[in-house]
Design a protein. Structure first.
Length: 151
């Protein structure tokens, strides 16, 4: 019948519209995740820069030069070198901006090292390239940041 065909056409039309809305919603969510992940890369770069500056100023500032020997998360937190936004309150853990990301500070050569774990894959290259470091290792492999194929 004609009324049955009209109802069926309306149902199909509604399903097509609902599908289009669903696809648009998925696109917005994927785009939002991408922007969020990249923003966390920028946040991490800013946090790392602040950590490095604070540690360097602490070691080299003041009347006497301190030593990097014994530098660790606990020492850095107690000395006020770690931004509050990176602390969880236990006096030892330094958090990165990604869910389970953590930072470990240690002495290295004539300076210090920072190990960032669980860096989001989408932000890894942005974060690694933002660093002014002597060495960068990604998943345990040292990367020459001057290499255009790196990260």
């Amino acid at each position: 019948t004609t009324s049955g065909r009209i109802i069926m056409d309306q149902i199909v039309s509604l399903l097509i519209k609902a599908g289009a809305v669903l696809l648009a919603l998925i696109a917005v969510l994927v785009g939002g995740y991408s922007v969020f992940a990249k923003n966390n890369g920028s946040t991490a770069a800013s946090q790392q820069s602040q950590l490095a500056t604070n540690i360097s100023s602490y070691i080299n500032g003041g009347m006497t030069t301190r030593s990097y020997t014994g530098l660790n998360n606990s020492v850095a937190i107690k000395a006020g070198l770690v931004p509050k936004s990176m602390q969880n309150g236990d006096g030892d853990t330094i958090l990165g901006p990604w869910g389970s990301s953590k930072v470990t500070i240690a002495p290295w050569d004539q300076g210090h090292s920072e190990t960032w774990t669980n860096v989001d894959g989408d932000a890894c290259a942005t974060f690694a390239r933002s660093q002014n470091a002597d060495r960068v290792a990604i998943n345990g492999s040292e990367v020459a940041m001057s290499d255009p194929q790196a990260a």
